[in-house]
Design a protein around this ligand. Structure first.
Ligand code: HEM
Length: 447
C-alpha cells in the first residue's frame, strides 16, 4: 500500500494492445504514486507489464509510457507536438514557446535564445552579476550554521532570476509572494471561487504580467540599456513577423518558471550529496582553492572539472524534470510498435537517467564517470535537459549558476573550517511531479 496504488483496482486491461497499469484511483489515476514515488512505480510497472504500458494522469488522461531509452528520440520526431503541455496547465503555459511547435516555436525561441548562449551570457556579464549574490547567501548559511536547504536554494534562485531580469531589490519580497501564488496554478482544482488557489493564482499571474508589461515598455523607452529583458524585447521587435506583447510577456514568465524550481532542486541535491560524500567535498574544496575565486565567465568553467562533474552527476541521479509529455500528431513507429495518431506520450527522463542500459552501477553517485571520460558530452549525457527543438534554453545558464554555487560553497565553508552535514531524512516527503525535489524539511548543518 505504501506504493499509493488503489487496492480495489486490480483488473488487467488493454488499450491498443498495450496494458494499462492497474491500481489507478478514480479522478486522480496513478498521480499519488507518480508524485510520491515515481521510480518505484516505474520499476513495479516494468516488472509486471514490461517496458511499455499506460499510466493514468488523472484529469489529463492516460499516457503511453516507454521505459526503453529509444523513446528519448520521440522528442526529436517531427510528428509529435508539445501542445499537450498547454492542455495540462493552460493558465501557466498558454502562448508560451514550450507548448508550441514548428514555425511559431522557432520564431519565439530565436528571439530569446541568443541571450542564453555562452557568448550572450558573457557579453551581458551575467556571471559577474550572480557571483556576489551567491557568495552573500552562502556566507549567511555559514553564519547561521544550519538551514532548511530546499527553502534556502529556492529563495536564492528566485533572487538570481529576478536580478537577471533587472527587478529592483526592494521589490523582491512582493514578487516572491506573487510567485508562490502563481505556482499554485499547477495544482489548482478547477474551482474559481474567492480564496481558492485558482482565483489567487490567476490574480498573481495578472499582477506579474502587468509588471512584466511595464518592464517591456521601459525596455523600449531605454533601448540602450542592457539586461535580459531588454535583449529579449529588442530581439522580439527585430523579428520579421512582430510578435504581440502578450506573447513576449508569457515567455518572460516562462523563463521565471523554467529557471527557478529546476535549478533550486539541483542546488539542494548538490549540497545533500556533498554532505553524504566526504571525498567529493574534499575534491571540490581542493578545486575551489586552486581557482581562488568564483568563476564568472563561461570560458572559466573548463577549469572546474570537479564542480562540472558534480553538476552532471547530481542531475543524473536527481533529474528535476523526471518526465516529459508529448502527443503523436500522426501514426508513429517505435521499434516494432505502432503508436496511433492522437496518442498522449510520457517520456520518463528519470528512468533513462538511472538506467543500467546507459550507466554502470546506475544508482551510485560517482564523479569518476564524468572525470575519466574523454569523449564530448552527447545528447544522451544531458538528457535531463531534454533534446530536439525544445531542448532546455537555460542549460548554459544553469551550468554556470551551479558551478558558481558549488565553488562559492566550498570556498566559504572551508575558510570557516566547516563542511556540510545531513541532519534529516531527505527521502520522506521527496516529490517527483510536476518537478522533483528532496523533502521540503531536509536540513543541513555546516559544522
Ligand atoms: C537544472 C536546471 C534545468 C533543468 C534540468 C531544465 C530542464 C528542462 C527540460 C527537460 C526542458 C524541455 C521541456 C520539453 O521538451 O518539453 C526545458 C526547457 C526549457 N527550459 Fe529548462 N531546465 C533547467 C534550467 C533552466 C533555466 C535556468 C532556464 C532559464 C532561465 C530554463 C528555461 C527553459 C525554457 C525557456 C525551456 C523551453 C524551451 C523550448 O520549449 O524551446 N531552464 N528545461
Amino acid at each position: 500500500m505504501d506504493m499509493l496504488l488503489n487496492p480495489l483496482n486490480r483488473r488487467h486491461r488493454l488499450r491498443n494492445d498495450i496494458p494499462i497499469l492497474s491500481g489507478a484511483f478514480p479522478m486522480v489515476g496513478h498521480l499519488p504514486a507518480i508524485v510520491c514515488n515515481l521510480p518505484r512505480l516505474l520499476r513495479h510497472a516494468e516488472r509486471t507489464l514490461g517496458s511499455h504500458f499506460w499510466l493514468d494522469f488523472g484529469p489529463v488522461g492516460q499516457m503511453m509510457t516507454w521505459l526503453d531509452p529509444d523513446a528519448f528520440a520521440l522528442l526529436r520526431h517531427k510528428d509529435v507536438t508539445s501542445a499537450l503541455i498547454e492542455e495540462i496547465a493552460p493558465e501557466l503555459f498558454r502562448g508560451t514557446l514550450v507548448a508550441q511547435d514548428g514555425g511559431a516555436h522557432r520564431q519565439a525561441r530565436d528571439a530569446i535564445q541568443a541571450a542564453f548562449l555562452p557568448t550572450g551570457l558573457t557579453e551581458a556579464s551575467i556571471g559577474d552579476l550572480l557571483a556576489p549574490i551567491i557568495e552573500a547567501r552562502v556566507q549567511a548559511w555559514c553564519d547561521r550554521g544550519e538551514v532548511a536547504i530546499l527553502r534556502e536554494t529556492g529563495d536564492l534562485m528566485l533572487k538570481l532570476i529576478f536580478s537577471l531580469m533587472g527587478i529592483p531589490t526592494q521589490e523582491l519580497p512582493g514578487w516572491h509572494r506573487k510567485y508562490q501564488q502563481l505556482l499554485q496554478l499547477i495544482i489548482a482544482p478547477p474551482l474559481d471561487l474567492p480564496g481558492l488557489p485558482l482565483r489567487r493564482g490567476r490574480a498573481a499571474r495578472d499582477w506579474i504580467d502587468a509588471r512584466l508589461r511595464e518592464f517591456v515598455r521601459a525596455a523600449r523607452e531605454h533601448a540602450a540599456r542592457t539586461g535580459l529583458i531588454n535583449d529579449m524585447v529588442s530581439a522580439f521587435d527585430r523579428s520579421d513577423d512582430v510578435l504581440s506583447d502578450d506573447v513576449l510577456v508569457a515567455n518572460i514568465r516562462l523563463l521565471l518558471l523554467g529557471g527557478h524550481d529546476t535549478t533550486a532542486s539541483t542546488m539542494a541535491w548538490m549540497v545533500i550529496e556533498l554532505a553524504r560524500q566526504p571525498l567529493v567535498w574534499d575534491a571540490l574544496v581542493a578545486e575551489a582553492q586552486r581557482m581562488g575565486a568564483v568563476p564568472t565567465r563561461h570560458a572559466d568553467l573548463a577549469q572546474c572539472p570537479v564542480a562540472e562533474a558534480l553538476f552532471r552527476e547530481t542531475l543524473r541521479l536527481h533529474p528535476p524534470t523526471p518526465l516529459l509529455v508529448r502527443r503523436a500528431l500522426r501514426e508513429l513507429r517505435l521499434g516494432q510498435r505502432r503508436i496511433p495518431a492522437g496518442t498522449d506520450l510520457c517520456i520518463p527522463l528519470l528512468h533513462f537517467s538511472t538506467s543500467a542500459l546507459l550507466h554502470e552501477a546506475p544508482n551510485q553517485f560517482r564523479l569518476a564517470r564524468w572525470l575519466q571520460r574523454s569523449e564530448p558530452i552527447r545528447p544522451m549525457d544531458m538528457l535531463q535537459f531534454g533534446t530536439g527543438p525544445h531542448v532546455c534554453m537555460g542549460y548554459h545558464l544553469a551550468w554556470l549558476e551551479l558551478v558558481q554555487f558549488s565553488i562559492a560553497l566550498a570556498l566559504t565553508m572551508h575558510k570557516a573550517g566547516v563542511r556540510p552535514r545531513l541532519l534529516s531524512d531527505v527521502e520522506k516527503g521527496r516529490r517527483y511531479y510536476p518537478t522533483a525535489h528532496p523533502s521540503m524539511t531536509s536540513r543541513i548543518a555546516f559544522s
